[in-house]
Design a protein around this ligand. Structure first.
Ligand code: UT7
Length: 332
């Protein structure tokens, strides 16, 4: 009997209405549209506005979009994994809040934090619950309100990030479609280059930490860039090799959207033609956990049953990884 795979059977997404353009950033800090576009490929990003609005609100919109498209009742969902680096609050988990707001009253769930690789990590975890037969409907969400931890006086970091959410539904498939393989990696020694200095148990929030802006993202961009270019390309090449995939048989690369130059380096390493690479960084920037599901959401109508899709990501931690999916349905 054919092994049970976890297949993505529906995709949902949401980006906030507010568009933060490079021109607006020029009024907030010493930068130029030319510098940002040439160094990162980003033209604009979306920002969630409104008091009391957090990551859960964007995730709820993405999940509702998915449930409506698929025509399923929220009560059918058995498990929710929310990949996020900007949870609504330290605890409880944002997954709980999402379940409550959507009415997924039969689901259990939790948050997973692997920074920009979170969606790939969560997808792999969620797939285990399908493959073992434990669950039949698992939601994997990638969401971040990066604007909530951004220091808009730090021109080296703030210009790349934006807000957004995406969600996918995992269901069992016995025809060979779905998640085939994944390679996941971490190297905690890289944490010094990309982290949040205060607000955790090592350095709880005080007036001083707030005054020192230690609750914002701290990033040594160049160092992160070097690791990202190498590791994202390496892991994507590795997953191709061990699954006997070639540049011809890969239909799509879904890369993390942190910097257009990192995406290009990964695609070049895979020898992929540019038209096989999903890129929306120019409109959404780096939405951290949101980038990969937002790509799937935007490209869903172009995807065909049997397409070979490689996902690749790199992020804070350091964390990185790649997943190979045989797509399970025709987009409409
Ligand atoms: O999402 C997961 C993890 N994150 C990443 O993968 C991000 C990886 N890193 C990057 O994408 C890039 O390092 C950045 C986009 C963050 C920065 O680009 P860079 O080409 O590495 O710039 P840099 O920090 O090396 O700065 C080069 C120069 C500096 O000027 P000097 O010292 O050479 O005179 C900066 O002060 O560019 C200057 N600069 C800017 N100028 C105008 C830095 N940021 C800006 C800016 N506008 N926004």
């Amino acid at each position: 009997m054919q092994k049970t795979n976890a297949a993505i059977t529906a995709v949902g997404g949401y980006v906030p209405d507010y568009i933060l353009t490079n021109a607006e950033l020029e009024t907030m800090m010493e930068t130029t549209d030319e510098w940002i576009q040439s160094r990162t490929g980003i033209r604009e990003r979306r920002i969630l506005k409104g008091e009391g609005k957090g990551s859960s609100d964007m995730a709820v919109a993405a999940v509702n979009n998915l449930l409506q498209k698929k025509g399923i009742d929220p009560k059918e969902i058995e498990m929710v994994i929310c990949a996020t680096t900007t949870p609504d609050m330290q605890f409880p988990a944002t997954a709980n809040v999402i379940c409550d707001k959507v009415g997924m009253t039969n689901a259990w769930g939790y948050d997973l934090n692997a920074a920009c690789s979170g969606f790939i990590f969560a997808l792999t975890v969620g797939a285990q619950f399908i493959e073992t037969g434990r669950h039949n409907k698992v939601l994997v969400i990638g969401v971040d309100k990066m604007s909530s931890i951004m220091n808009y006086e730090d021109r080296k970091t703030s210009i790349i990030f934006g807000d957004g959410a995406g969600a996918v539904l995992l269901e069992p498939n016995n025809e060979g479609y779905g998640l085939v393989d994944s390679i996941l990696r971490t190297d905690g020694s890289g944490r010094v280059f990309l982290h949040q200095k205060a607000g955790g148990s090592v350095k709880p929030a005080t007036i001083e930490t707030v005054m020192n802006k230690e609750h914002y993202v701290y990033q040594e961009g160049q160092a992160v860039f070097k690791f990202a270019v190498k590791n994202m390309a390496d892991v994507a090449a590795e997953i191709m090799e061990r699954n006997n995939l070639t540049a011809e048989t890969v239909n799509w690369l879904v890369p993390h959207q942190a910097n257009k130059r990192i995406i290009t380096a990964t695609a070049d390493r895979m020898n992929l033609a540019p038209e096989k690479v999903m890129v929306n960084i120019e409109r959404f920037g780096n939405t951290t956990n949101g980038t990969l599901p937002l790509c799937l959401w935007e490209w869903e109508s172009k995807l065909r049953k049997g397409d070979n899709i490689v996902l690749a990501a790199f992020g804070g931690g350091f964390t990185w990884g790649s997943t190979y999916i045989r797509w399970a349905y025709d987009g409409n």
